[in-house]
Design a protein around this ligand. Structure first.
Ligand SMILES: NC(=O)c1ccc[n+]([C@@H]2O[C@H](COP(=O)([O-])OP(=O)(O)OC[C@H]3O[C@@H](n4cnc5c(N)ncnc54)[C@H](OP(=O)(O)O)[C@@H]3O)[C@@H](O)[C@H]2O)c1
Length: 304
């Protein structure tokens, strides 16, 4: 049977390029929130002889994530990899129907819940790859030059409420974004230890212009797309969605058996923030996330 790859957020930017790249190697399961845009990607893949399924999923909505996981299981495909790529960067915070911060729900809670729901159905050796962001690390050069303060985690509950550790970044939306990505990275490293039969990794895709930048506003798109990518301090971190997709496809195809690796935009191992790499933090985070999601599930059942 052909390999099957799940890609979230395959309707634009890095996710679209990743879906097109992986479609050269097998069947792609396109997971996104907009049926029309998913169909456009599916048609693009099928026009060049590939094959794709579409699965509707709003990652900011736990019920939608559960339904999507069930639909993916029903496809009975031999999953080679799950690429958790979808993400948002909101300069003005907004809330999900459950009252959660949209950035934290989309970039962390949803992908975590989807991954946990799919893990029992992934064959040994399958890969789970979280697309994160080096912005989570306040000590890395791009974050420092931009005056960003990295992840501002207080607790899972507080993050879902849109509360961040004081003293954060001046740039709107960056505390939520960096915290959500720090959590995704830390959870990937924790899951890699917890489920050694799988390979669970994270990747920083580089500074990419020409993507939707997770729906960032025009100012942030201009800043990242036109200014930052042209300045010399950022040159080593520049990438394109096509290049990021090739790096992702190479990581997914890596046969070394390594797990728990954080890759940079060139596909080389890198180090993230000290907090994300702290096993005590990782375990606390995963524990809190599971109990937070379980409570949310219980509340949702009570309402139904
Ligand atoms: N671009 C960069 O420089 C950069 C740097 C570091 C990390 N990243 C990360 O790379 C990933 C891709 O970013 P990008 O720049 O390619 O962004 P993009 O072009 O805006 O693509 C984002 C994708 O996520 C999907 N998405 C957003 N909210 C969703 C939700 N609630 N449920 C399901 N899907 C949702 C979007 O779907 P719709 O089409 O429906 O909106 C779209 O397919 C993100 O995780 C981002 O944080 C990007």
């Amino acid at each position: 049977m052909t390999d099957a790859y799940i890609v979230t957020g395959p309707t634009s930017g890095i996710g679209l390029c990743t879906a097109l790249e992986l479609a050269k190697r097998g069947v792609v399961v396109l997971v996104g929130r907009d049926r029309g845009r998913l169909e456009v990607t599916r048609e693009r893949i099928e026009r060049v002889g590939g094959h794709a399924h579409t699965v509707l999923c709003d990652l900011a909505d736990l019920a939608s994530v559960r339904q999507a996981a069930a639909r993916i299981e029903d496809l009975h495909l031999p999953i080679t990899a799950l690429v958790n790529n979808a993400g948002v960067l909101q300069s003005r915070p907004s809330r999900t129907a459950a009252g959660w911060d949209v950035t934290f729900a989309t970039n962390y809670l949803g992908p975590f819940a989807l991954t946990e729901a799919l893990i029992p159905h992934l064959p040994d050796g399958a890969r789970v790859l979280f697309v994160v962001s080096a912005i989570e690390d306040p000590e890395r050069k791009p974050a420092k030059v931009m005056g960003l303060r990295g992840g501002r985690f207080i607790s899972v509950e507080a993050s879902a409420e849109g509360e961040w550790k004081p003293g954060g970044s001046k740039m709107p939306g960056m505390d939520a974004y960096a915290t959500s990505k720090q959590c995704a990275l830390a959870a990937a490293l924790a899951l890699a230890r917890e489920v050694p039969r799988l390979r669970v990794d994270a990747v920083e895709p580089g500074i990419n212009s020409a993507t939707g930048l997770g729906g960032a506003n025009a100012f942030l798109r201009f800043l990242f797309g036109q200014i930052i990518t042209r300045l010399p301090p950022f040159a080593p971190y520049r990438s394109t969605p096509e290049r990021a997709a090739r790096v992702i496809a190479e990581i997914v195809a890596d046969a070394s058996g390594r797990t728990g690796v954080y890759y940079d935009e060139k596909g080389d191992p890198m180090t993230g923030s000290s907090l994300a790499h702290d096993p005590m933090f990782q375990e606390r985070l995963v524990r809190e996330t599971r109990s937070f999601l379980a409570r949310a599930e219980t509340r949702a059942v009570a309402v139904r």
